[in-house]
Design a protein around this ligand. Sequence first.
Ligand SMILES: Cc1cc2nc3c(=O)[nH]c(=O)nc-3n(C[C@H](O)[C@H](O)[C@H](O)COP(=O)(O)OP(=O)(O)OC[C@H]3O[C@@H](n4cnc5c(N)ncnc54)[C@H](O)[C@@H]3O)c2cc1C
Length: 607
Amino acid sequence: MAPMKTAAVTTPATTTTTTTPVTTTALLQNVQSTLSKSLDTSLNVIGKQLQTLGVNLPQDQQEKLSMAVGLTGVGATLYILNKICSKIMRMLTLPKPSFAKKDYDVVIVGGGIGGCALGSALSKAGKNVLVLERDMSEPDRIIGELLQPGGVQHLKDLGLGHCLEGIDAARVFGYQVFYGDEQVNLPYPADSNSKVGEKVEGRSFHYGRFIMNLRRACEQDGAKILERTVVSLIEKTPGLIEGVQYKEGDATVEATGNIVVVCNGAGSSYTRQVRSDKVGSGNKPLVVSQFIGLELAASADKLPRPNHGNVFLLPDAPCLLYPNSTTTVRCLIDFPDGDANKLPKRGEEMAKYLLEYIMPHLPENLHESFKAEVDAGRIKVVQNREMPGETPESLTKKGVVLIGDAMNCRHPITGGGMTVTFSDCKELVKAIVQIKDLNCVSEVDEAIQSFYVNRSKVASTINILANALYSIFAPPSGSKSWEAYKSEGKKPDALSNNDSMSIMRRAVFGYFKKGGICQTGPLSLLSGIWHSPYGLIAHFFSVAVIGSVDLIKEGGILGIFGSIYKSLKMITGATTLIAPLIAEERLLSCIFPGFIWRRKPLPHHQK
Ligand SMILES: Cc1cc2nc3c(=O)[nH]c(=O)nc-3n(C[C@H](O)[C@H](O)[C@H](O)COP(=O)(O)OP(=O)(O)OC[C@H]3O[C@@H](n4cnc5c(N)ncnc54)[C@H](O)[C@@H]3O)c2cc1C
């Protein structure tokens, strides 16, 4: 970047010393008159073309239409020129690598979901890979437990399907959603490869058991895994990452690699080092809520719908219950505030929150095991973060690539994180195996950029769906209702709320109940087997439109004005919710430019 900056600074300085203000004005007038002449000519040409096409409009309207067409053309030309310029700039600013031979082709920071899957796949592709993991013992964390059918398929494509064996994983067939007294079953859609109409299936398990299988597979496939904590990235030439430093006892050791993959989970400090903060919520994830997690013993067959994700749309936020083995059930209660200080304090207050405020909404036959966990104090809390994915523009260093939660996280409500990570591993392997010379910085850089572009279809679909669904299922008031209950003992009634998201929540539930494509479409997107951000946007707006029609029908003639008002509120709310999410994913960037539609954190979101 340095040479570029110098050029940009010296050029205007030279101009001011050699040119007088008069000549500058004359020059500007010249440029302006040339531009307006060419604009007039272009508008005339466009006008004539329109006439040839049979568009005969009055003169003033013809001019306006020509102007609109002309400006679109100018916009498109500027867009293409901008793309070409940034490509050239990127080539010109490539740092020069040191020519010392590297220790490894690829060094991976973190032996979690992404690090192990990538390490295994690259080793099988003949690459010399080092994986550094700070703790090789079996993790006991409540992340990554429900793998969607799309994720199961990606795992199989990576040759790691066997890692789901021998871990007491439960089969998952879809969802059951509860809203007030109503419920709806949402089965996963049919498997397009099955001739007898079998449905696709997910798997759910303990993260720790699955990780241990992945680590074993990664090592058996040829990667070297060391239990070491990475302490920094090596950047001797500014802008180029050429390896990592890790701790070995008291000593600091270096491992160099042609490509360094940062994959050490959400909140990684290396994300901030290699990525600019200009996109969406920036290079630091936004903590939008927290999960309070319990594991209910011997309860898998007591779930209202066994082998399904059971989702309860509670007044403040959703609560999820799903089997995380063939016998146990994971219960995740979303606390809709990212601030750890707002969370009920462990002990009496937490027990009051769980037993008085939450438990009455859950099925009675689960109360005993739920209460047993609360009484024993076996409660875990995890932060739920959101961070938009990397784009070729936001990565500021060469030789390094981010994957997994270190690069992109979405709310875990849809259990999409592992599916995105496995899909990213597949794309990254494809990009890396195509590199002919791993020492060539420009070739590596091109491959990394193509990875960021190619990953986006799968990732954007899952990201937008998860973040939009969470916003709809958790009203924007955060934890205010709980605070009111704590001080005044007043329970909230979300069913009568009339803010735009509560209306949308009723519309989403109504949409699911219609069945047919209103179920198979959203479930294909959620299960990760249909990768279409545009399909998602179409379903999203269908919810708002069909929901509005239902509202108007319900309201009847007498309530028509109230229904129209609510419908407009819902459609406006839906648009202001989805637009920043689309912008963050860099979709339809000409309609939703990221710099305008940057997502504004709510007061209860923590950065
Ligand atoms: C509450 C919660 C629930 C979730 N539930 C689901 C779900 O049901 N389904 C789903 O698909 N996704 C779920 N996710 C998301 C999913 O867990 C992640 O997307 C996935 O684990 C990302 O994998 P990763 O490899 O990036 O990170 P991780 O799996 O977190 O692995 C990172 C690894 O890096 C290691 N590490 C960290 N720092 C260093 C260092 N300096 N040196 C060496 N090693 C280091 C860590 O020890 C860890 O092993 C959930 C997330 C959360 C927060």
